[in-house]
Design a protein around this ligand. Structure first.
Ligand SMILES: [Mg+2]
Length: 505
């Protein structure tokens, strides 16, 4: 019988490794066929990587040189300014109370407080079934990550509901992640949507616990409206919840000192941005920007040619005059990108725009307008720190090794070999769950569903030329730097098994 386990594996790494490869331990009663197979398999086990990733790295999906960039544009929330997690608690509490007071939801909901780290960004929500779930790049639901309320839905039930785990295109969220026009799925892409997802889950949980029959579509709309009210009424904007701005000011100063033009396009109102930027940069923050646009209504801003720019005073008063120039020091509201391009002439790949919302901020710019795009993904920092731990590196190496062994050894159909293979399958399953739980106990990593990229990652790769944990990563590069994407092998470019290289044609 073969004997493999994680500890043996690691111990032997130190004692008997040869050319950096692991050697598997084989107990004495192994059959001769297995000996041959396993001895041979030592070549299949990958080397443990000691190359830890620096969380301040800028990662490239597409080659791009900062030398070519003359104009830098920014979104505001979660791009220039970051917020403490207290803000999420505040949004959750206010929206929960709006449900109780204005939508007549049960008072008992007050028992629920915001649960930090219950959800992750990029999840899909089935509006008809009130289910939250993670979907991969191929539209498959990651089993084990489907939640009704605060509890996981058993795999069998998920498979019965969706007739498998694939979600057809016609019910997936639309291009911008919305659930409109017959799409029953909504994708939550905004960092501000973390409290919204948590509130949906808590209210469902309450209804289920108390056997209250409810209409999931109404629940979704009411929660969406309540959360919207928190933003629209400016309740949130009155609170000072800027926790940190990383080194935003240093980045802006560096770009300015290098003669770069800069602009801001945000959906937030001026007084909110002004208060935040006063805190982050100082009273003279507007001197750094050539154009400032607030309440832009992205993604409509990038698509709808009909909305003209409107000048707004420091006190928030809207002016009626027609806009012929976008002047430095002035504040403009709404408008549209076509008009912006006409008035500034800032077209094409000399412009780099940063935002945290992959659809609202970046998708149209990449697909329609040819600006370069940079995604700010704050979750990267935490995920990279986890990936750099010794435990994670060892687990992943062993997981890959097991997968390799399974792929190769599956041809041995005798019962002794099949028993070993089944043990490997079980162990691999346990390890996959463990690697998921390290990131988030309910939904795992933002970027992967086991070995596949998530739906979020696929679209991140498509819409962002570069991505990074925060704008401060720019401080690590000079403004002549070229970002080169890694040439990751395509499946047909990477022979794994020796026989793949020598199959006779
Ligand atoms: Mg934002």
């Amino acid at each position: 019988m073969l004997f493999y386990d994680y500890n043996t594996f690691v111990t032997l790494d130190h004692k008997t490794s040869h050319k950096g490869q692991f050697v598997a331990k084989i107990s004495t009663d192994v059959c001769s066929q297995c000996v041959v197979n396993v001895c041979w398999s030592t070549d299949l086990i990958p080397v443990i990587s000691k190359n830890f990733v620096n969380p301040d790295t800028i990662f490239a999906n597409n080659q791009m040189s900062l030398q070519d960039i003359e104009i830098y544009g920014f979104d505001y929330d979660y791009t220039l300014a970051f917020y403490s997690s207290h803000l999420h608690t505040l949004i959750f509490n206010i929206a929960r109370d709006i449900l109780i007071h204005e939508h007549r939801y049960p008072e008992g909901l007050r028992e629920y407080d915001y649960i930090p780290n219950f959800v992750i960004r990029g999840l899909h929500y089935d509006v008809q079934k009130a289910l939250l779930m993670k979907i991969d790049a191929f539209h498959y639901i990651q089993l084990g990550t489907v939640y009704r309320g605060l509890n996981p839905v058993p795999e069998k039930e998920v498979i019965a509901m969706y007739e498998g785990s694939h979600v057809p295109l016609e019910i997936m969220s639309d291009f911008y992640g919305k659930s409109s026009h017959g799409h029953t799925m909504k994708q939550f892409m905004d960092i501000f949507s973390l409290p919204e997802m948590t509130l949906l889950s808590c209210v469902s949980d309450y209804f289920m616990k108390h056997n209250i029959d409810y209409e999931p579509v109404h629940l979704y709309k009411d929660v969406k409206e309540a959360i919207g009210d928190v933003h629209v009424r400016g309740i949130m904007y009155r609170a000072k919840y800027i926790c940190y701005a990383e080194q935003t000011h240093a980045v802006l100063r560096k770009l300015s000192e290098n003669g770069k033009k800069m602009f801001l396009i945000t959906n937030s109102p001026f007084d909110f941005v002004d208060r935040g930027m006063n805190y982050i940069v100082g009273k003279d923050w507007r001197d750094l920007f050539d154009v400032v646009i607030v309440q832009a209504d992205k993604p409509g801003f990038f698509n709808d040619r009909r909305k003209p720019f409107r000048r707004v005073t420091d006190k928030g008063v809207l002016l009626w005059d027609r806009i012929h120039h976008l002047e430095k020091g002035q504040i403009y509201k709404q408008g549209n990108l076509y008009e912006f391009l006409r008035l500034t002439g800032w077209r094409g790949s000399k412009v780099l725009y940063f935002g945290d919302h992959i659809y609202s901020d970046l998708a149209d710019l990449t697909l329609k307008h040819g600006w370069r795009t940079g995604a700010i993904i704050p979750e990267l920092r935490k995920e990279i720190k986890i990936m750099n731990t010794e435990e994670y590196v060892h687990t992943m190496t062993w997981l890959q090794a097991l997968t390799g062994l399974l792929e190769h050894m599956q041809v041995h159909r005798d019962s002794a070999s099949q028993m070993v293979i089944q043990q490997w399958i079980n162990e691999r399953e346990e390890m996959r769950l463990r690697t998921k739980d390290i990131f988030n106990a309910q939904f795992g990593s933002l970027f992967r569903t086991y070995h596949n990229p998530t739906y979020f990652t696929r679209r991140l790769s498509r819409f962002a030329d570069i991505y990074m944990a925060s704008l401060s990563c720019l401080l690590n590069y000079d403004l002549q730097h070229t970002f080169y994407p890694r040439r990751t092998p395509l499946q047909h470019e990477s022979p794994i098994w020796p026989e793949q290289t020598s199959i006779p044609l």
